[in-house]
Design a protein around this ligand. Structure first.
Ligand code: ZN
Length: 348
């Protein structure tokens, strides 16, 4: 064979285990470590139930996080106790979003029960209620049917949230790759290999169906403010998110756990942030640690190229990210002002 043809057609046939492959980038480009955010940040999406308030505060103080929202995964009395212990530890630094309690879902008065529970949470200081992906995928009603996100029986809860002036957070569905087979074509193969239970491949409900159900609820309750966590679970398709925001003035999205997705499409993501600066919330959804927050700041503030994204140990995919170098007016809104609005606080 011609030497050149041989050179351009050679392919590797090796047995290096994927889990052992850890290439180091040789790229020499500027590195900007951002230790403090340009404006005091509010982490609108985190889970602190297992942590001591004082330990969390130490991290927040070290990296310029003004406030943090604990989305408690506890329900009932345990939720109220957790909320009170954080709020007491540092009034003004912690806020709490409650977790939708499905106990009693088989009861005919479940909607009223849930409305009462929401009222109680808000009386104790909760600033919202979260509906997780179990709704639509695993929660069943009294007849054993999957409860749909847009089931009309849940409407009083969304209406009550509007009346109480607290947002409803949705984490419905999951990344596209979680609905695909776990095979060599799956871009989140390693993550799914580490957490096979995160896969919804073969689920009776498709991702698009779940999103349609959710989107119908958002449209049906225009007086209720909704926050779709994780870029409305559509960071792979920001056009879709843009369309959803255009159609629903009552909707915001948070960027938590999506720096990897956003940072691999920096041109599209930057344009999206500039256009929807009033509708995007900063959130981490990772254990509060200084290095983790600094990576988020680097992503949002610098024009650095090809660096590690904040993530779980199992990673999200084999790629690196690019900074969005967002302007000050956008950073101020995303880090802080949009969250203050949802927390019913003024921006002084
Ligand atoms: Zn979360």
């Amino acid at each position: 064979m011609d030497k050149f043809v041989a050179m351009v057609s050679a392919k590797a046939e090796v047995d290096l285990r994927l889990s052992d492959f850890a290439p180091r980038s040789q790229l020499k480009t500027p590195v900007h470590t951002v230790e403090r955010p340009r404006f005091p940040a509010i982490d609108y999406h985190n889970h602190l139930d297992s942590l001591e308030p004082s330990d969390v505060l130490r991290v927040l103080d070290a990296c310029g996080v003004e406030r943090i929202v604990n989305i408690t995964m506890r329900t009932g009395e345990a939720a109220l106790e957790t909320m009170e212990s954080f709020h007491r530890a540092a009034p003004g630094r912690f806020a709490t979003i409650g977790w939708m309690d499905w106990s009693g879902v088989e009861r005919h008065d479940f909607a009223q029960l849930s409305v009462d529970r929401l009222e109680r949470l808000v009386e104790h200081g909760a600033c919202g209620i979260k509906f997780w992906k179990d709704l639509g995928l695993t929660v069943r009603d009294d007849s054993g049917e999957l409860l749909r996100i847009d089931d009309e029986r849940l409407a009083p809860i969304f209406e009550k949230a509007a009346e109480l002036g607290v947002p409803v957070m949705f984490h419905s569905a999951d990344p596209d790759a979680f609905f695909e087979p776990i095979d060599r074509f799956n871009e989140r193969y390693e993550e799914l290999a580490a957490h096979p239970d995160w896969s919804f491949c073969g689920s009776p409900v498709s991702k698009s169906d779940l999103l349609e159900q959710r989107d119908r609820v958002i449209a049906r309750h225009p007086k209720t403010t909704f926050v779709c966590a994780h870029m409305a679970e559509s960071s792979e398709n920001l056009n879709y998110v843009a369309d959803l925001l255009d159609k629903n003035a009552n909707l915001c999205v948070d960027i938590s756990a999506r720096a990897a997705e956003l940072g691999r499409q920096p041109y599209t993501a930057r344009a999206f942030f500039l256009k929807y600066a009033d509708r995007i919330l900063f959130g981490a959804d990772l254990l509060p640690e200084v290095d983790m927050y600094c990576l988020y700041y680097r992503f949002l503030e610098t024009a650095d190229e090809y660096f590690d994204y904040p993530s779980h140990a199992s990673r999200q995919g084999r790629w690196n990210i690019y900074g969005l170098h967002l302007p000050d007016d956008v950073l101020r809104k995303v880090y802080r002002e949009n969250a203050l609005r949802l927390l019913n606080l003024d921006s002084n």
